[in-house]
Design a protein around this ligand. Sequence first.
Ligand SMILES: Cc1cc2nc3c(=O)[nH]c(=O)nc-3n(C[C@H](O)[C@H](O)[C@H](O)COP(=O)(O)OP(=O)(O)OC[C@H]3O[C@@H](n4cnc5c(N)ncnc54)[C@H](O)[C@@H]3O)c2cc1C
Length: 410
Amino acid sequence: MKDSKKVVIVGGGAAGFFSALSTKEHFPHLDVLIVEKSTKLLSKVKVSGGGRCNVTNACFDNKELAKFYPRGGNSLRKAFEQFNAQSTMDWFQKRNIPLTIMEDNCVFPKSNDSQTIIDCFLKECISKNIQIKTQFGVQSIEVLSDGTFLIRSSTEEITADKVIITTGGHPKRSGWEWIEKMGHSIVEPLPSLFTFNMPQNPVSALMGNVVEETTVRIEATKLMANGPLLITHWGMSGPAVLKLSAWGARLLADKNYHFSILVNWLNERKENDVRLEIEKVIEGHGGKMIGNLNPYPMTNRLWNFLLQKSLIEPSHRWKEIGKKGVNRLVNILLNDRYEVSGKTTFKEEFVTAGGIALEEVDFKSMESRVVPGLFFAGEVLDIDGVTGGFNFQAAWTTAWIAGKNVGSID
Ligand SMILES: Cc1cc2nc3c(=O)[nH]c(=O)nc-3n(C[C@H](O)[C@H](O)[C@H](O)COP(=O)(O)OP(=O)(O)OC[C@H]3O[C@@H](n4cnc5c(N)ncnc54)[C@H](O)[C@@H]3O)c2cc1C
């Protein structure tokens, strides 16, 4: 005889646990089972945010919050009306997990330890009698004639009245094949959040240099991002590059990660303003050596590197720079071109762009529009955010909504 009124959640990660807890919160009478393919639960939560778990971002305007998602922002904007960053903070604080908002709005547990979040979830699961089964890798889900589900691993079968899929992202399409077989379309999965490789570029000799306010553009596209830029021994990284990698994930994959970027080392300052500034330096300090008088917020090493790129001799005096020299310098300061060839994953904090096509999911309930009774939450969806707690926020929001709606079992 089959179990009745059972919700099975596939995937024991952030979205899996949160949807289980939400289900029990809204429908305490239901049996809830989480199945996880590996032996480890919440493994990404453990390593997230460098072991500190950046649980959300203190952006409390839903419209603004949605802007941090290169994919899925529109769908999430509505979903945030049900559960947003404030809801996340309230949820944890209600469970005696104090949180801290950092200067950059990233939110961490005050303990600075992701284990606090894991312990909270596990404790809640015990108190709510949520069952957990590890080493159960789902290989297929069949919809039975009565609309219930038969879930198969390589060795076992279980039944469910409703299913929430929270299997996270996979860089390879094969991870989604069994969901595709249920009738869902998969938007081609690709990595997001990576740094740019510039093999053999002399700029890498300046590794460790950070310029706090830059704008980086992908040449011949409209893609641009601003923020700090970090020079590394393999190329460029830092928030500006990571944001650009997220917004450009699909386009850059199409280019096989071979493209050019234009760096504006002075952020969004306009050409005329920069010219005026340089003229003032020439007027006021014409006798000083160009290499020694650096008018911009960057290290002297980087300044001298940019002078050399502008074919300006650092030992010359400012008054000797000449009109052509000024033109070349302004151009390098505002449009410094680098060839990118390849990518490197940022501290392994990659997320997957792509996944379950969003138009096939009703974001009011997170229920599939293709298979009634099937729900989705987390990174398995074609949703991804930039760094800063946005990816977990998407997981909490979609999981909370799925749990709130999965219980309407006839
Ligand atoms: C190193 C690292 C650090 C990060 N740090 C942050 C951060 O600080 N803040 C932030 O917002 N985001 C961060 N992210 C992103 C964030 O971790 C993910 O977006 C989030 O974990 C997604 O949650 P999820 O539950 O959807 O997927 P996951 O956490 O990936 O969980 C999916 C689970 O499903 C299981 N599973 C998969 N297939 C099956 C199957 N067929 N059967 C059964 N189980 C299955 C997997 O084993 C896994 O346990 C980080 C990511 C990484 C890799």
